[in-house]
Design a binder for this molecule. Structure first.
Ligand code: PRP
Ligand code: URA
Length: 212
């Protein structure tokens, strides 16, 4: 795969360790859910270095000092339903006041084309740093459509976070939306004939919610 300026692939032992357990077919739904949340928190810490801060004065037991703090209301979290829902709490751990929007999409199993079925975004999202969440980036169709939708709503600053990605999906998002920062915990080998990521982890939504 080409090197894309807007794509960051994490190389961190904590993330590698957690992804290994996440992939395992014998990992329980409970553990899967917890791991998605923990990996997301680690990714958020790394990927949000540039979020807006303001200078405040704090009085310590010894004296006043100037300190940077996050600007409340400046971050919106947008999970792509269903599987993106599992990542929301992982971002909220670090951004507890972030607003949450939802984009509902599923892939047509034959064409692999995304079908949008729901969209509710916070008021004023066009002024916020948007963190778009989906654990899986396969063909990239769902992510690209979700980004199009956010841009139509006026969003200018979008970060996409995926836990597992196929090179096909990374290329599609990176080339279609070079202005979007893409953060991936693990880059996998390829897609199979059914559009599943190899080696991957199976169907993230089903494993997260215990539906199969
Ligand atoms: C999965 C996944 C992504 C999408 C990725 O969702 O969570 O949204 O597939 O595939 P793509 O990159 O080829 O678009 P799915 O359609 O299975 O819906 P679900 O989360 O409701 O199970
Ligand atoms: N969606 C998933 O949940 N898993 C894949 O491997 C591809 C798309």
């Amino acid at each position: 795969m080409k090197n894309y300026k807007n794509v960051t692939i994490f190389d961190h032992p904590l993330i590698h360790h957690k992804v290994a357990i996440l992939r395992d077919k014998d990992t329980s739904t409970k553990q899967f859910r917890e791991l998605i949340e923990e990996i997301t928190t680690l990714m958020t810490y790394e990927s949000c270095k540039g979020v807006p801060t303001k200078t405040v004065t704090v009085t310590t037991p010894l004296e006043d000092c100037k300190q940077q703090m996050l600007v409340e209301g400046s971050v919106a979290i947008v999970p792509i339903l269903r599987a993106g829902l599992g990542m929301v709490s992982g971002v909220h751990t670090l951004f507890p006041t972030a607003k949450v929007g939802h984009i509902g999409m599923y892939r047509n199993e034959e064409t692999l084309e995304p079908v949008e079925y729901y969209c509710k975004l916070p008021q004023g999202i066009e002024r916020m740093q948007v963190i778009l969440l989906d654990p899986m980036l396969a063909t990239g169709g769902s992510a690209c459509d979700a980004i199009d939708l956010l841009k139509k709503r006026g969003c200018k600053s979008i970060k996409l976070m995926n836990i597992i990605a196929a090179p096909e999906g990374v290329e599609k998002v990176a080339e279609t939306h070079p202005d979007v920062e893409v953060y991936i915990s693990t880059l996998d080998r390829c897609l199979n004939e059914n559009g599943y990521i190899l080696p991957g982890l199976g169907d993230a939504g089903d494993r997260l919610f215990g539906t199969k």
